[in-house]
Design a protein. Sequence first.
Lengths: 288, 333, 256
Amino acid sequence: MQATAPEATGVAASEAALPGAAARELPALAEPSLLEQVGAVARRSVVRTFRQRALLIFPLIFPLLLFAINGSALTAARKIPGFPDVSYRDFALAIPFIQGALFVAVSAGTDLARDIESGFFNRLALTPLRGSALLAGQLGGAVVVACVQSLVYLGVGLATGVGIASGFLGALVLLVLSIVIAFGFAGLGALLALRFGTGEAVQGFFPLLFVTIFLSSSNLPRNLIKTDWFKEVATYNPVSYLIEGVRSLIITGWDGEALALGFGFALALCVITLSFAGAAMKNRLVRT
Amino acid sequence: MSAAIEVEQLVREFKKGPRAVDGIDLAVSPGEIYGFLGPNGAGKSTTVLMLTTLLPPTSGTARVGGYDIVHDGPHVRASIGAALQEAALDAILTGREHLRLQATLQGMPKAERVARAEELLERVGLTEAADRRVGGYSGGMKRRLDLALALVHRPRILFLDEPTTGLDPQSRSALWEEVARLAHDEGMTVFLTTQYLEEADALADRVGIIDRGTIVAEGTPAKLKAEIGSPTVEVVPADASEADALAACLEGFGTLARNGRGAVTVQLPGGESQLAEIVRALDQAQLKVAALQLHQPSLDDVFLAKTGRKLEGAGEEDPDGAGDGAGGDGRGR
Amino acid sequence: MRRFVFVARGVAWRSIHNTFANPAIILPSIIFPLFFLAAFAGGLSSISGVPNFDYKPGYTAFQYGFVLLQSSAFGGVFTGFAVARDFDSGFARRLLLSAPQRSGIIAGYAVGALVRWLVTGSVVTIAALLAGMSLEGNGVELIGLLGLGVLVNNVAALWACGVAMFLRTEQAGALIQMPVFIVLFLAPVFVPLHLLTGWIHAVARYNPATAALEAARGFIAGAPVKVALAFAVLAGAIALMSLFARRGLASAERAG
């Protein structure tokens, strides 16, 4: 075997191994930097999403529709003794951010699963693209979409009269928190795609994830949930803390505990899903 | 001269399944087109996945471009281009975007990416369709783009896994032309898997016939066919009453056979060069013929002789699918 | 008529068989309504403490009424998904070619949807009873409740069949589902109509689903309300959706 420098993984390396190679002149290829790899994959991910309008519009419309309906239909909940002194619409605005994150998860996962099913994943595997770059790029694309979604939800909320108790800075923190949450969920979508390899499997988990939003403090504050078992479930459901973190910025202002729990669970979600997704990527991207 | 591809006792076993590849040996010289012919489930795609480093072998060794497929994976991948069984493309991206993405991921300098993409688009005749989404491409266009993507980084060895499956005859011919040009004009080594006899016949310098994971025959198409038998010529008299005279005229050339329609078939131990003599003899005997056809032994006859089965339909006979196991991710999960 | 019945029976048998032989199809139909019952009745039970919330059987029964009709509607919607799948796979073409009386195809799918709902509706009812729901209607009222469910299921199934036959692709799923979802949720889902305020009160007041929902809750409470209106609205919806489905079938026949 010809020993070659690790960087020279391009044509130059193969040229050295074949007879008569020295006579041929071709540009040597270098392995692209991690940033270039991530950028290329992320760009593709964003382009794909923006070209499939249904993938962009439905995750925008559906949560806002529910926000409009529930925000109005549950106005009477304000009359429950102990309900915060805000409109139900203010209370409910946190939910679209979490629902949106869910759609990002499904979209990121389905995209990756489609690549695996179609064989495009193999095409990528034949390049010097690293697994970590592929994962980061896919998730990076998902994050861009999450940014757009979050801005729209916030904009609609403000336009319909929702006040952000924590002010402009709080709104920025809210956007950051919602993006971290979306990133964590996108990691989950990627994990499902890499583990099961089909879009059907990813979409099959969607209802389960949707359920976790309902079985939380999404519709009422936890202390006002009368049914014991439901209250217990909502207390142990990490989604409750994600919602409460976002909600605190809207209706309370600066609630250190809610924010700490919100960010804490969001970051934990990121760490856990990305670790497992990374391992699943190693398992899936089996190249010698 | 060292081989571009060397394979020694390569095996791939899947869990709870038969051996998809059961100890194959082969060698492909630089600049050669090697046709890997076999029915569905023979092990062709599994072999390609191993040689392109996408599937580790269970045992055995192989070197591609001088690099070991197990220990020198990145070097192998840098040396090869591959168009695998499905034209794995992103329907949402355009042809030009595909090429630029591929060039970026292959580490091509930014200044070169655009030029290389344009060059390849021109070469495969997709310049006009370059900015259309691939989802709107025909099958032939997708295959051409697939080939272009495999060539982005100027590999010396090209793997083509059933590249013309599902294509119309025109697209197929165009692809054959391009593959032949790559090999003969640019000296590229091409490892081509196919289940089509005429493709192997038309393109390959040498053919390896694989069945149920083992290579049952290997050689040039002409040599393989010659091993099976001589060509035959079938003559149909214009006047059926002259059938006996026709038979008498032809019996000196080789073993005769006659069918009920009056046609006379004669085997040519001397090969097709005897055809001219036959025509002269018919002319001298003033016998008019309605039809005269030369039948060469085909690779299907070779397959039949080696396995007892015809190549067409051979894949469907095997209920276990001996086993590419190469559907989905090709990893037999 | 005989041919109509034969075709309907054949299509219904296949629809029922495919639904119950495949857990991936039947289980979501059962699990989702149960989940909504748990989430709404469990998570929002404090709503019963709101002044003027005067539904005597309690919040679980209040939500049971909605969930029962929702499961009925979605039983029809899921059947529409199956119709769309049949078109994507090419099986629908086979049906169109072989059925001597093609309107029987629609009837068959509708029967399949109904049988699916009878099972899911029973499961939801049992779950609600186990959760302590109080069913205060008498036998006639409970039959009325069942009747409402049957009619809602039929409306949704005809709508879903129509859309599926017009579009003839699985991608029609969202278009089948969303309008049904919106119509249902623009009814008094969480609180009675008189506790709704703002634009949603205005919309719910004229939403046909509100009549059906209030009638259902009236039957559950043993105090029937808006029964005639509810049945009239549903009968009208069935007539309209039958026409729609028939037009969808004609569109599919023309497409070949």
